[in-house]
Design a protein around this ligand. Sequence first.
Ligand code: NAD
Length: 381
Amino acid sequence: MEMGFFAPRHMDIGGGAAARIAVLLGRFGLSRPLIVTDPVMVKLGLVRRITDPLEAAGIVCTIFSDTVPEPVDTVVEAGVAIARGGAFDCLIGFGGGSPIDTAKAINILLAAAPSARMRDFKVPVAADTAALPLIAVPTTAGTGSEATRFTVITDTETDEKMLIAGLGALPLAAVVDYELTMSVPPRTTADTGIDAFTHALEAYVSRRANPVSDAYARSAMRLIGANLRKVWQTPQDRDAREAMMLGATLAGLAFSNASVALVHGMSRPIGAHFHVPHGMSNAMLLPAVTRFSLNAALPRYAESARLAGFARADDADQLAGARLIEALEAINAELEVPTPQGFGVARADWDALLPKMAEQALASGSPGNNPAVPDAAEIVK
Ligand code: NAD
């Protein structure tokens, strides 16, 4: 067997970790950060959880807060201009997956020629070079971006949600503090939680899974399976929030190495064309894609159901697989995941774009990691 394993060099994990960020920067000899975040983080005062301790340590913080959910290339380019204009020695991505991914993308473009565009780095190109050390501080328990070698950026000219992969997108360090997630609203709690479960499940059934990614995926499914409904029902349950945050990061480590599969391949075009939040479009697809793929990797899907607590330890594979699909459907119902039409997508627009979305899904490469590899017609179906 041949395998590699990628992970940030340091991860400070636990309640209150954000307050120690100056110590972390000091360990790497960094003192001039550009903080990449979104307007909500500034408005809620959440970004002060890192700027206060940094400023107390004498570190001047510059904030770029113009990032948007499901980030786009034009915002990345605006961030590159800010980064080129200052003498920064590191980037801090602070927020959900969107600001963290924006920080990663800024970092990759910053290392390239001024004429380079984001689309020059989409897969299958290896985006291995970045300009500065990057520290990721997630405020949602979902994407795992703090631990991955990916960033996802939409091309505003083609409406393609591009997967960009390589060492250039891997953070040097991450601060994983569940206390930052206590204010996440219910809809985003649900979407990001299902996103994290999807990462762990897709990593576990991926054709590129390996023994190390399996260990992370298994731990993640245990944590998320036991706590996903709890954070929806009781958002102030600190133990559940902590478990979800850890689960999301472990799932990130898993899929960063095993890759995601068909759900993600199909989800990105839905997000790009219809602006459905990433976790929600994953959730819309997860039961149907699992049903399509089940028999191609039945023992692994069955084991996932047992790990997540959706099946009993002594359930046979076929029964455990059926229970997995039932549980995913029940979670979508309880967590009020809409259908595309329920989200507001017009049926005619949806039908018209299906062939293009299937083509884009296949081009991303992610469906090729799925236990059952579909063709375009099966994706449309
Ligand atoms: P997000 O970053 O878009 O945030 C969603 C909303 O929640 C925003 O309005 C944000 O301001 C708000 N929010 C975030 N944290 C909050 C908090 N603590 N309190 C209150 N509000 C808060 O959502 P996300 O799901 O974390 O990230 C989605 C993006 O991540 C997508 O673009 C997706 O493609 C990408 N993604 C990247 C990877 C990767 O490996 N790089 C993996 C999966 C998804």
